[in-house]
Design a protein around this ligand. Structure first.
Ligand SMILES: [Zn+2]
Ligand SMILES: [Zn+2]
Length: 115
């Protein structure tokens, strides 16, 4: 029987930090959604329309699985739509420690270091 093994796929994460940039055309101020993922919205005369583009962009993003949701968004610099590898890692460690503490201890302490 093959043991179930967790493989960590370190895929490149595209960050979404949408912002509304302010520009100007010959008629006055314009507002536009610009996201760090490369997405840009149309230029609008009204800020709330650019804001709607922003909200719409965020709703199209995939939901973050529960174990990847950040529990300390301020410290980890995460947004609601971003998976947090720090918190995910902590969950994995916690589960490992709880599931088999002796195995983890045996792994971290090697007899060779005691001389
Ligand atoms: Zn984006
Ligand atoms: Zn976190």
């Amino acid at each position: 029987m093959a043991r179930p093994k967790k493989t960590s796929t370190a895929a490149a994460v595209v960050r979404h930090r949408p912002a509304i940039t302010r520009g100007a055309d010959e008629f006055g101020a314009t507002y536009r959604l610009v996201c760090t993922c490369g997405r840009t919205g149309e230029e609008h005369q009204v800020r709330s329309l650019a804001r709607m583009d922003l909200d719409r962009h965020l709703t199209t993003l995939p939901l973050v699985p529960e174990q990847q949701q950040c529990r300390d968004p301020k410290r980890h610099d995460r947004r609601a739509w971003e998976p947090c590898e720090l918190c995910e890692h902590q969950t994995v460690l916690f589960e490992t420690a709880e599931g088999d503490p002796t195995a983890r201890l045996a792994h971290s302490i090697t007899p060779d270091t005691i001389h």
